[in-house]
Structures are given as C-alpha cells and as structure tokens.
Design a protein around this ligand. Structure first.
Ligand code: NAD
Ligand code: UDP
Length: 333
C-alpha cells in the first residue's frame, strides 16, 4: 500500500515511517522542511534498510499534491504537517491558522480531486483545554485555550463535515497526549531547532550540559508533589497507533476521534527522577513560576483506542527516558 506522510521528516512522522516501511508499506514523505531536516530520510533508511521517497513541498500547494497523489498511486494520507508551538501560536495566530487550517483545506481538496479519501490526522489532547474531569475521554468538552489547540479543533470539525458530506471518506483523528522518546537505534528522535519548549527535550539538553538547569514550571499545583502531571507516551507506541488506525480505516468508514496515551499520569519531578535513575545522571532543577496556560493534570482515557483499534501503549517511562537520551548522545543528524 502506498502512503503519503505530510510533515514526513518531522519527529512523529519519521518514527511512523520506520514502522510502516518495516511492515512493507511504500512510504512517501512530503515536507517543506520548516521544522525538520532532509537527513532524516537517510537515517530512516539506515534503520529499515529500505528506501523511502522524500518530496520537498508545502501542503498549501494543492495542485502539486494532486499530481503527487495520482502519480504515486497513493491510497491513504497520514497528515502530520503542522506548526505546533503553543507560545508561537499566541504571538502568530494568522501563521498558525494559515499553515494548519488553510493547509489542511488545500490538502483535503487535493485528496478529493485525486479520489484519495482515507486520512489519519495528527490531533492533540490540547483540543480538550482545561479538564473538567479526568481521565479525559473523547466526549469531554472541547475547550481549547490557545490558537494552536483551536487550529486542531477546527481541522477536526472540517474533517467531520467532509466525512458527513461524502460517505466515501474514512478519517481517524488521533489525539496524542505527550509523545516523548525515540527509536531504539538512536538514529532518529526529537531535535528541536530552537530552545526547547517541551519538557523532555529540555531535560535532555540539561543532561548534556547545553542548558544550566531545568525550570520546573510551578511547584504548587494541587498534585501529590506540586508539579504538573501529564500522560507521557512513547513515540514508537504512537507510531504503532497509526498502523492500527490505517488498518481500522481499511475496514470501517466515517470519522472517528481517538485518544493516544498510556492512561497514566506522571509529574515533572517523577519524570526527572526516572530520567536520572535510568540514565545515571544528575539534573539540576529549579521551581519557577507556573507557565501561563498550563493545566495541573492531564491524562487520557484510552479505552476507545483499545476497543476500536486494539491498540494500547506498551512502553514504559524508563524506555522513554532511555531512548530520548540515547538518541541525543549518539546524534548523527
Ligand atoms: P514536527 O515539527 O517535528 O513535525 C511536523 C513537520 O511538518 C515538520 O517536519 C515541518 O517541517 C512540517 N511542516 C509544517 N508545516 C508544513 C507545511 N505547510 N507543508 C509541509 N510540511 C510542513 O512535529 P511533531 O512533533 O512530529 O508533530 C507532528 C504532528 O503531531 C503535528 O501536527 C503536531 O501538531 C501534532 N502533535 C504533536 C505533539 C507533540 O507533542 N509532538 C502532540 C500532539 C499533536
Ligand atoms: N515543563 C516544565 N519545564 C519545562 C517544560 C515543561 O516544568 O521546561 C512542565 C509543564 O509545565 C508541564 C509538563 O512539563 O507540566 C509538560 O510540558 P510540555 O511542554 O512538555 O507539554 P504540554 O503538556 O504542555 O503540551
């Protein structure tokens, strides 16, 4: 089966490409390289031993995508491409709506024209906003509190309307919780080009000595140790979730939204402690002010993903900490 991965050289797509390629899918990576590097393609090949095709391009170039879908006989699209920094989205909402929402409109228009009507979309737990109850299940109110989250919500709604209007469409929106970690080979992983915003890449840079200490955003949350709790999930489990979603869509039509998480929460202090124990290192950390917009606690109800896809996260927090560190220590990209 021929699959197009938009945002294909990015963090989550590259891990998904490895899994798909190993299973015999023919993988095409489409990316404008705004937040990733072309060398990722070589790294994927080193892991899988088989070539994946890279095409540099933007999802807003609808004509180009129509030609690509037809020429490469693509049967399904996994749509990872998007801007994802919450803070930037607050400062640059127009860029975020243009890239994420208008970009998806262009892509879906192209898919319609090329008669490719199967899509897995990278959504996010940010669509829920502040939890009114936990664990967050898929019917929890969608109260996204920042422009990034609202772009994800608008895209989900667009895709639902597309599916309602044309029964030939099969769409899965996967709401990722907190993907971290890397492929066990150490050849691919998460490597932000700027100073990291997210906890794990920041932690790794502190461990490397590139940053002096971890700023723990808030030590007075109503949680057992006062720090924020999140549902960290291994990026390779997330990758497996996409294969399960493709399989599901080959047998079921319509629009579905599913959480991908472990179902368990882990605090900032717990993650730091497990990282230190697993990787035998010391992390300096200082509690600072809460980060605006952060919630105290967020973790997923994962029953729907299990019932529909037969998918559950298998890897542990030590697996996530070990692989993230292994990737950065052995970085070759
Ligand atoms: P990433 O930045 O590593 O990957 C996204 C890729 O999309 C990048 O390679 C970038 O160059 C490309 N891209 C962006 N705009 C594009 C455009 N207009 N045309 C073509 N390519 C474009 O991010 P990631 O962490 O791999 O995230 C992948 C998807 O998952 C994103 O949509 C993100 O919003 C979503 N998501 C990520 C997380 C997370 O914590 N990493 C959590 C929830 C959802
Ligand atoms: N966090 C932190 N220091 C950092 C980055 C994040 O203390 O440098 C905390 C943040 O407040 C939250 C958790 O780590 O409680 C996960 O944050 P991240 O940005 O990784 O993911 P989010 O859930 O916000 O998307």
């Amino acid at each position: 089966m021929n699959i197009l991965l938009t945002g294909g050289t990015g963090y989550i797509a590259s891990h998904t490409a490895v899994v798909l390629s190993s299973l015999g899918y023919k993988v095409f990576l489409y990316d404008n390289l705004s937040n990733s590097k072309r060398q990722v393609v070589t790294q994927i090949k080193k892991i899988t031993g088989s070539a994946v095709t890279f095409i540099k391009g933007d999802i807003r170039d609808s004509d180009r995508i129509v030609r690509l879908l037809k020429r490469k006989k693509i049967e399904a699209v996994i749509h990872f491409a998007g801007l994802k920094a919450v803070g930037h989205s607050v400062d640059r909402p127009i860029d975020y709506f243009d890239n994420n929402v208008a970009g998806t409109v262009s892509l879906v228009r192209a898919m319609n024209l090329a008669n490719v009507k199967t899509m897995v979309f990278s959504s996010s737990a940010t669509v829920y906003g502040n939890p009114t109850y936990l664990p967050l299940d898929e019917i929890h109110p969608k109260l996204a509190v920042n422009p990034y989250g609202r772009t994800k919500l608008h895209i989900e709604e667009l895709l639902q309307d597309v599916s309602d209007a044309d029964a030939e469409w099969n769409i899965s929106c996967l709401r990722y919780f907190n993907p971290i970690g890397a492929h066990e080979s150490g050849f691919i992983g998460e490597e932000p080009s700027d100073r990291p915003n997210n906890l794990m890449p920041y932690l790794v840079q502190v461990a490397l000595g590139d940053l002096p200490y971890l700023r723990v955003f808030g030590g007075d949350y109503p949680t057992p140790d006062g720090t924020g709790i999140r549902d960290y999930v291994h990026v390779m489990d997330i990758a497996d979730g996409h294969v399960a979603a493709l399989d599901f869509l080959s047998k079921n039509g319509g629009w579905h939204a599913l959480n991908l998480g472990t179902g368990s929460g882990c605090s900032v202090f717990e993650l730091v402690r497990i990282f230190e124990e697993t990787n035998q290192c010391q992390i300096s950390a200082k509690v600072v002010e809460r980060r605006p917009g952060d919630v105290a606690e967020s973790y997923a109800c994962v029953e729907k993903a299990y019932t529909k896809l037969g998918w559950r996260a298998k890897r542990t927090i030590p697996d996530m900490c070990y692989s993230a560190w292994h990737f950065r220590k052995n970085r070759v990209v």
